[in-house]
Design a protein. Structure first.
Length: 192
């Protein structure tokens, strides 16, 4: 379920310290009900994620088009990424928040930090510097669930145009099937 931005901004996440120049683009309640200590399962699910396995053919096609455009237009070249075009958010970490987190095997993210209920991972290209923020929040019924925030700092006017253009596609064709896929994989992991 798509949530208001305040569902992210009003909670005391450590990511706020690192991203005052980023904008919250999306906040989603993840269909991942669990217990207080199940956050690592959510982290592992995302770290092993792959756009090529999205349950929606339309979403897979959109991702394939995006990766091809990035290749042709040079958006995703090594010189456009984290520690090249932009400094890693790891450089902004306060002393009491050590860098760390999982290695993402297929998605273009690098972990910034992980706590017991929060993970921040970043990626950058010629259009944006983006943060995937996962958190583990009380569900109001005695359990917990995941929450995903997407924070973005566009790269100039083209980055702002790009984010505006992809907005409808994200909400109509990417996130809904992604949520169904997360729910199915979550149930599978819990039953294993």
């Amino acid at each position: 379920m798509n949530l208001p931005k305040s569902a992210h901004t009003e909670l005391p996440w450590r990511i706020h310290e690192l991203t005052p120049d980023f904008r919250v683009y999306d906040v989603w309640a993840l269909p991942t009900p669990g217990a207080a200590d199940d956050f690592q399962l959510l982290v592992d699910l995302f770290a092993g994620g792959d756009t090529a396995t999205n349950p929606s053919r339309i979403a897979r096609l959109l991702f394939a088009i995006r990766w091809k455009l990035g290749e042709v237009l040079g958006w995703d070249e090594a010189g456009a990424g984290v520690n090249a075009r932009v400094a890693s958010l790891r450089h902004r970490l306060p002393p009491d928040l050590p860098a760390g987190g999982p290695e993402f095997t297929k998605l273009p993210f690098s972990s910034v930090y992980q706590t017991g209920n929060e993970l921040a991972a970043e990626m950058a290209n010629r259009t944006v510097h983006a943060v995937l923020h996962l958190s583990w929040v009380p569900d109001g019924a005695g359990g917990y669930r995941g929450q995903m925030g997407v924070l973005v700092r566009p790269n100039g006017w083209w980055g702002r145009v790009y984010m505006g253009l992809i907005g409808p596609f994200r909400h109509l064709f990417v996130y809904p099937p992604l949520m169904r896929g997360i729910e199915a994989e979550w149930r599978e992991r819990l039953s294993a």
